[in-house]
Design a protein around this ligand. Structure first.
Ligand code: ZN
Length: 488
């Protein structure tokens, strides 16, 4: 289903690429030159034209996005995005520094420039997939997608979007933008302005997609929000905007994001508001759109794809049993978790949870402790309480004060999109009295007879089955839950 972006360069016939574009991919050897930098990258502000050389060829492109880089009070460079016949480019030119990417989507390649212009500019040819998620698979052909039933009204303006926040006051912010609007960003669409049409979700679909993303990021110090003002109030490098749109400006993909653009925003090639995209026509339904958004935001946080090596080699692992990794293809599985490659033939042992936490902060809650020794004052369990397991080495502890003999029931419930396979354990004076970790359910519950005393309740995340074949390890078993206790 991969398509080219030929449509994006219509009308650019008048722009010149000297020589054959194919020559641009003939070598992966860094190109050096002693030519003065100014001769190698020239911006004609009047003509909105950029001339640069790669692999001995001169390219003249149309600049669609122009912003002055400002340092202190003074402009000291340019941030440029544009296109040429066969590709797009983005450059950050400031003082002696130049950074750039020249994307060749049809070839699946990108030339990357990270250089001080004091020295010879050196381009490096990389696979596009190393820079961006360009191949998130499509579930259904265009048009099938997440379109609402005709008789149900859809959300088409920001005023219609319910304001939802998963963790107000968190260190970082993920804006789920279901309305889109006018977009102009140097790394998107060759820097050309375009309109990202609303996702056209019903209210229920919107909430569904929101719930999926909120749950995937429940273990971290991040607020998943639908409120623009929360996004704009968040500092640069601590926020990401995921736009759900029916505008397939890069058709044939479920979503598209630049790897590491969360932290890189506001510097180098990236604007301070660089977004990522979910193409709702391509993801099949609202749940999948949410999974795709979690995946794309994961890329912006620097994560790479979870695939497989060996005979069943694939870039995107679609999972096993009822489990799939977020950074694979998670559309068809009910249990979706972050992964460090505990399954057989994993091609990527990157520790997703640690990597995300480094970028946006690990999640904590008032009653999470890393070991039982830290249980200074566990929360008293009374009625129902919300909690989060942020890390598989963490447990949450509660106490239950029992005055009269009877029956104690403790239940842990995980939401429909939850990733936490919960276990619950009850102990007294260090003796474990019972434990529940239900098979084929993320919930757990336990009933046992009790005498007067103080009981300790421990909630944790566990794996299920064999992680190498059809199950999963405890690694990604994190997320939110509700714990409740009743005495009879
Ligand atoms: Zn991807």
């Amino acid at each position: 289903m991969k398509k080219t972006i030929a449509a994006l360069v219509i009308g650019l016939i008048g722009f010149l690429i000297v020589g054959n574009n194919k020559k641009l991919i003939n070598t992966d050897i860094a190109v050096s030159s002693t030519t003065a930098a100014a001769e190698l990258i020239r911006f004609d502000e009047g003509k909105k034209e950029l001339t640069f050389s790669i692999s001995g060829q001169e390219i003249v492109g149309k600049v669609n996005y122009v912003a002055k880089r400002i340092e202190g009070e003074k402009p000291n460079g340019w941030h440029l995005g544009g296109e040429f016949h066969g590709g797009t480019f983005v450059f950050s030119l400031r003082g002696d520094q130049a950074e750039g990417m020249v994307m060749l989507p049809e070839e699946g390649l990108v030339w990357v420039l990270e250089n001080s212009l004091k020295f010879a500019p050196a381009w490096r040819l990389r696979k596009l997939a190393e820079v961006a998620c360009a191949e998130m698979p499509v579930v259904k052909p265009e048009g099938a997608g997440a379109a609402a039933v005709a008789t149900v009204s859809t959300v088409t303006t920001q005023a219609m979007v319910p304001m939802m926040n998963s963790k107000v006051g968190a260190k970082s912010t993920i804006l789920l933008d279901f309305v889109g609007g006018n977009i102009q960003d140097p790394v998107w669409n060759g820097g050309r302005a375009f309109v990202a049409a609303p996702a056209n979700f019903t209210l229920d679909q919107l909430k569904q997609a929101y719930d999926v993303v909120a749950e995937r990021y429940a273990a971290f110090d991040v607020n998943v929000t639908t409120d623009y003002s929360m996004y704009y109030a968040a500092p640069v490098k601590r926020r990401m905007r995921a736009i759900f749109t029916t505008t397939d400006f890069i058709s044939g993909y479920g979503g598209y994001a630049y790897i590491g653009s969360w932290r890189a925003s506001g510097s180098g090639c990236y604007s301070s508001t660089v977004p990522c995209f979910v193409f709702v026509h391509s993801t099949g339904n609202a749940k999948n759109s949410g999974e795709c958004a979690a995946h794309e935001v994961g890329h912006t946080l620097g994560l790479n794809h979870d695939g497989k090596t060996g005979a069943g080699a694939t870039v995107y692992y679609s999972g096993q049993g009822n489990w799939a990794p977020v950074m694979g293809t998670s559309y068809s599985k009910p249990i979706v978790q972050w992964s460090k490659g505990d399954y057989a033939f994993a091609n990527n042992r990157e520790d997703d949870i640690n990597a995300i936490a480094l970028n946006i902060g690990a999640g904590t809650s008032g009653f999470c402790y890393s070991s039982v020794n830290n249980v200074a004052s566990p929360v008293v369990l009374s009625g129902s309480l919300a909690g989060v397991i942020s890390n598989s080495s963490m447990s949450s502890y509660y106490t239950v004060n029992v005055a009269n003999s009877g029956s104690l029931t403790v239940s842990v419930n995980v939401t429909i999109y939850g990733g936490l396979n919960s276990a619950v354990e009850v102990s007294c004076n260090g003796v474990v009295l019972g434990k529940s970790n239900l098979t084929n359910s993320l919930n757990s519950n336990l009933t046992l007879p009790v005498k007067p005393g103080v009981y300790l309740v421990r909630v944790s995340g566990e794996g299920e089955g064999d992680p190498l074949t059809t199950g999963y390890s405890s690694y990604g078993s994190v997320g939110s839950y509700i714990v409740s206790g009743t005495l009879k």
